[in-house]
Write a protein that binds this ligand. Structure first.
Ligand SMILES: *[C@@H]1O[C@H](CO)[C@@H](O)[C@H](O)[C@H]1NC(C)=O
Ligand SMILES: *[C@@H]1O[C@H](CO)[C@@H](O)[C@H](O)[C@H]1NC(C)=O
Ligand SMILES: *[C@@H]1O[C@H](CO)[C@@H](O)[C@H](O)[C@H]1NC(C)=O
Ligand SMILES: *[C@@H]1O[C@H](CO)[C@@H](O)[C@H](O)[C@H]1NC(C)=O
Length: 467
């Protein structure tokens, strides 16, 4: 009897550990984005994640087909409320309750939903309307949490992923400080909520972007966890061996300054692109494989490494992304973050368990774009694209009355040859060079590509961008 009681309580004890450990395990997760028109169906994608030994999966919505397909799998699942539903939920408990009863109750617990993320990088959008959403963010998180509590579902944690631009100061890490425009109004109430509900601070942390913005001053190997670096933070005396740790600790120091030294971190996104535009340095297979392999080793290491400011603490991590997504707008890297190509074949080998440290990977192609590109680039119509779509794009680019296409008017220097391809190429180059400083990229819904070859002909000079 005594033995039975002992076994029984041991069993309970271990089950409790398993439950809480499941929540904070170091198993690597992936972001399963859906912005592609050529991606495998969810059930196949899930098979792929299975064979890759992915531990958790993060969605950018609460897609019912995927949630259904994830039922009875071993994946822990993170779902997301779109940014445009935040204000409604903040203002109306019924809306929060409806969201939970539509998107959680039909699937839980067969689908192991663990995190509900309210919006994505909400604090990085900055129009008047967006700033209203900033104020609605924490109230919406609280309403979602109330609904969960009402359904006795406190095992599910509520958070919101932020980008590094939530910080005003990041370097050295001990000087980490939140942006002054949101520190008191949004961040402090958010930390209060996360602390009170024992949830996590979700951060999208990309050493790639920090390095790529400043490749002459940040050592690439420091960003790739390569080599023997020691950078000392003069403020804290802590020693850093890689850029990711510095970025994470700048968040930890910023939270501590607001009186919250213990809120756990989740890396909701990190990764490295395998390709990009000509002028985007460092986006290649070798760096992507190196970053993600080293990341996995570090996050899954036993005993747990943690960061200099928080040694030994597990940081649940989601790699961005499962697939290359061909419909992501923006510069070239955006469509090349996948561990897998859109057809499900691997971009490079990677062991996500981190256990087989002896794995010998095949060699990867030699890298030629680690230094920033210097020279001129033009943006022309890509070969082989649909001419009707191209024509529509020309109408769009040239119909704005901003002078982009003046040289294409009949009789002007670029009017001839009168072909859609020629006119589109001029329009793209002209628009890109005019508006690049305001964020325009050479993409045009996949109809454009960069070239180092000047397309100008005769008296028709194509505008270019100089790097
Ligand atoms: C996945 O979802 C689709 C559509 O809802 C369904 O037809 C299919 O049976 C599901 N597959 C599995 C393995 O659950
Ligand atoms: C709250 O939302 C519900 C469901 O959409 C709606 O019926 C109700 O009118 C809303 N209440 C307020 C005060 O807007
Ligand atoms: C954070 O939560 C802990 C545990 O509930 C509590 O003791 C502490 O006072 C909270 N910190 C703040 C700053 O509210
Ligand atoms: C360059 O311009 C000439 C004269 O308009 C034209 O005949 C020729 O086809 C053009 N070449 C290209 C590559 O467009």
């Amino acid at each position: 009897m005594a033995t039975f009681a002992l076994n029984c309580s041991l069993f309970l004890f271990f089950s409790l550990i398993l439950i809480s450990d499941a929540e904070i395990s170091s198993k690597i997760g992936v972001n399963y984005g859906q912005l592609g028109n050529n991606l495998p169906p969810p059930n196949l994608a899930i098979e792929m994640m299975n064979s890759m030994k992915v531990g958790r999966v993060k969605l950018y919505d609460a897609n019912h087909e995927i949630l259904g397909n994830l039922s009875k799998t071993k994946f822990q699942v993170s779902i997301m409320i779109p940014n445009n539903e935040i204000s409604d939920i903040a203002n109306n408990q019924t809306r929060a309750d409806q969201w939970i009863s539509n998107n959680v109750l039909p699937f839980y617990p067969q689908t192991m939903i663990r995190f509900i993320l309210v919006g994505n990088e909400v604090l990085s959008f900055d129009s008047d309307k967006d700033r209203q959403v900033w104020n609605d963010l924490v109230p919406a998180m609280r309403r979602i949490w109330s609904s969960l509590k009402a359904n006795n579902l406190q095992t599910i944690k509520v958070g919101t992923p932020v980008a590094m631009d939530i910080l005003e100061t990041t370097f050295p890490p001990s000087r980490g400080t939140f942006r002054s425009d949101i520190q008191q109004t949004v961040v402090a109430p958010m930390l209060n909520f996360l602390n009170e509900t024992r949830s996590f601070f979700f951060a999208n942390v990309y050493p790639y972007f920090s390095w790529a913005a400043n490749p002459m001053n940040i050592n690439l190997d420091f960003a790739l966890f390569n080599g023997n670096f020691e950078q000392i933070d003069g403020g804290s005396g802590l020693v850093y061996t890689n850029l990711l740790d510095e970025m994470l600790d700048s968040l930890i120091f910023a939270m501590a300054k607001l009186g919250y030294p213990d809120i756990r971190l989740v890396i909701s996104e990190t990764g490295w692109p395998t390709a990009g535009d000509i002028e985007q340095p460092g986006a290649n297979l070798l760096n992507a494989a190196t970053y993600n392999r080293n990341l996995v080793k570090r996050i899954t290491a036993k005993p747990t490494v943690g960061t200099p400011a928080r040694p030994g603490v597990v940081i649940p991590t989601f790699i961005f992304a499962l697939f290359d997504e061909n419909q992501k707008p923006g510069s070239g890297t955006e469509r090349h973050w996948g561990l897998l190509r859109s057809d499900g074949s691997p971009n490079y080998q990677i062991d996500l368990t981190g256990k087989e440290s002896s794995v010998e990977y095949d060699p990867l192609p030699v890298v030629e774009n680690n230094a920033p590109f210097r020279g001129r680039l033009w943006c022309v119509a890509a070969r082989g694209v649909d001419l009707m779509e191209l024509e529509a794009a020309v109408d769009d680019v040239c119909g704005r009355g901003d002078g982009t296409c003046e040289a294409l008017s009949p009789g002007r220097e670029c009017y001839e040859p009168v072909s859609v391809y020629w006119h589109a190429s001029y329009a793209f180059s002209s628009y890109w060079s005019k508006f690049r400083s305001q964020g325009a990229s050479c993409y045009f819904n996949g109809l454009a590509e960069q070239t180092t070859v000047d397309p100008s002909n005769g008296s028709c000079r194509f505008p270019s961008v100089t790097f």
